[in-house]
Design a protein around this ligand. Structure first.
Ligand SMILES: *Cc1c(COP(=O)(O)O)cnc(C)c1O
Ligand SMILES: [Zn+2]
Length: 387
């Protein structure tokens, strides 16, 4: 393993990786894993990847977990990068879809959980807890079951039925809360000490983002080590955005890519758009979005602990933030279904809608290569698509 230490993303303080921990002990901000890339690059080369299994564990040297240990895996990652059919493309834009619904539990949350659960188990956790408005719960339940650990999942009562049933069938302890994901997180924070739960919340432990960073490695590999011009990412807690950005820096240090970065766009729902509001106001952090509501449950995150990281990436990359309303998501999902043959989740549909509005506004230019993330399957959201 080439993990050196954990570093606070805000104050830079170093933490040892060798014990279970959540946030920075000084400032309570997220910790990020620092990998010894020089050592990792002795065996991990672009050429060596060609012969490895498709799973995201193909990037083993830049992921945590001692090399002799078997990861808790269900075959995650290695998802298709599909070229959009002519009819979804607009003008001469080269549009691509990263199809993440093919992951275990039908969403890209599996990427984060395979790594985070593997490390939590290795470091001695027995009971894992997560607040989830949707897919994070199912993914934790699956990987915890696979690892022989307990999963305690707190969900808003209006979470899509499929997510709740899935968690129960995967033998998780499910508690429904009258409130939002932030209320679920508060309930875990209140009880975790006494119950002996390890908190697996987005960015409150260091390794889900390591799993998500493989999105960046995979994109680069699938595009033959040329990053696209624009990335549209449906943003809740922002782990994918933060993870991909980290992957780009790591790959540059590995000498695999150059300095060029995609313009990164966070896509949110009009009913819960803290990043869009903060981006437009020029703020460094995002205030809690009150009365948050949207059918895109993965985007129903009124307050993100990594807000300052997300906003920094959007600005540094010269990207931006776009809000899409729920009716538009449903309409666009049907359009994508008819043209691409993909039953996308509302979060993915939001990215297609955002692409159209960016294109109309002249913010993506002709000849540019654009990637949309379809982060999950429409099958999990039958209530939304009904009728
Ligand atoms: C969780 C989720 C998102 C948001 O991901 P973050 O990493 O929290 O920003 C987007 N789409 C789907 C389907 C999700 O489950
Ligand atoms: Zn700190």
């Amino acid at each position: 393993m080439f993990l050196k230490h954990l570093e606070c993303s805000a104050c830079g303080r170093c933490h040892e990786w060798s014990r279970l921990q959540n946030l920075c002990v000084s400032c309570q901000k997220p910790l990020l894993a620092i990998v010894d890339l020089a050592a990792a690059s002795r065996t991990l080369t672009r050429e060596s990847l060609a012969t490895r299994e498709k799973s995201l564990w193909r990037y083993r040297e830049v992921l945590p977990l001692p090399g002799e240990l078997e990861p808790v895996s269900l075959g995650e990652g290695g998802t298709p990068l599909l070229r959009a059919s002519g009819s979804c493309r607009t003008g001469d834009i080269d549009l691509w879809i990263k199809e993440e619904s093919l992951n275990p539990t039908q969403s890209f949350k599996a990427r984060g959980m395979t790594v985070a659960v593997s490390m939590a188990k290795y470091l001695g956790a027995e009971k894992l807890a997560v607040p989830s408005a949707g897919n994070a719960g199912g993914a934790l339940a699956a990987y915890a079951a696979r690892a022989g650990l307990e999963a305690h999942i707190f969900m808003p009562r209006d979470t899509p039925r499929a997510n709740i049933i899935e968690c129960r069938e995967l033998a998780a302890h499910v508690t429904l809360i009258d409130g939002l994901i932030t209320d679920c997180a508060a309930e875990i924070a209140r009880r975790k000490e006494k119950e002996g739960w390890f908190d697996m919340s987005t960015l409150k432990e260091p390794y889900r983002v390591e799993g998500k960073k493989t999105l960046g490695y995979e994109l680069a590999e699938q595009f033959a080590w040329q990053l696209p011009d624009v990335i549209l990412y449906p943003t809740g807690g922002g782990t994918g955005l933060i993870g991909m950005w980290k992957a780009f820096d790591e790959m540059e240090m590995l000498g695999w890519i150059g300095k060029k970065r995609p313009r990164m766009f966070a896509v949110q729902a009009t009913g819960c758009a803290p990043m869009v509001r903060a981006f437009e106001a020029g703020e460094k952090t995002a205030a809690e979005f009150s009365d948050a509501h949207t059918i895109a449950s993965g985007l129903r995150v009124p307050k993100a602990i990594g807000d300052f990281l997300i906003l920094n990436i959007l600005r540094q990359s010269k990207g931006g933030a776009v809000a899409v309303d729920d009716e538009e998501m449903i309409r666009v999902a049907r359009d994508v279904g008819s043209k691409e043959g993909l039953f996308v989740c509302p979060e993915g549909a939001a990215c297609f809608a955002a692409f159209k509005s960016l294109h109309r506004a002249g913010k993506v230019g002709s000849g540019e290569q654009v990637v949309i993330f379809n982060t999950g399957s429409g099958i999990k959201y039958l209530e939304c698509y009904n009728g």
